[in-house]
Design a protein around this ligand. Sequence first.
Ligand code: AP5
Length: 191
Amino acid sequence: MLNIVIFGPPGSGKGTQSENLIKKYKLEHISTGDLLRHEIQTNTQLGVLAKQHMDKGELVPDEVIIGMIDRFIDKNVEKVKGVIFDGFPRTVAQAKALKDLLNDYKTDVSVMLNLEVPDDELLVRLIERGKTSGRSDDNEETIKKRIEVYNSQTRPVIDFYQKDGKLANIKGVGAIDAIFADICAAVDAVK
Ligand code: AP5
């Protein structure tokens, strides 16, 4: 299988580049952020809980997220060529859980694409997107909190994948197509 973790701070281009990856490599895609927003829209118990955290720019608790991924893997993994994990894992506990869950199916993460974008560029992108996105977390105060949470709780995941020999750093600033070319080079190197 070709299993890709697309990683980076809020606004680094994970969603944008996931769309390109889906088209090119025909992989299944899971975005934990999109799944959580769907739960909120349909007003489920999980959605009510998630909203309390997301509106403050905090992470949703690991056990909730790992449960979602567990169900996704059980349902999909044997039917697909590979999976793009977008916005997951976001803590070292999530990264370890993903390794264990995939190991049950004798597979693993193939590559972790780490999109590197400076904080000031993230802020500009997300404030701009907030004008039209309708996302309740795309306002300046919450964006700053999301970036802070990324730096304190999510950044350590990079070390996890470096030690596992899976890390590919990608410069995430510049033309979307040029960034995607670097992404493809990193993916093709592990295919
Ligand atoms: P999530 O939905 O994952 O949001 P995020 O990580 O904050 O990322 P974004 O969707 O804002 O940005 P992106 O990196 O996908 O960039 P995009 O391509 O959209 O998570 C939301 C919340 O859900 C979290 O805060 C947390 O509460 C919760 N959550 C989700 N997963 C969780 C987990 N695993 N554990 C715990 N909690 C979890 O691009 C951004 C903008 O920039 C767009 O307007 C785009 O057009 C533009 N852009 C993209 N590339 C470029 C470029 N190269 N140049 C200029 N502009 C660009």
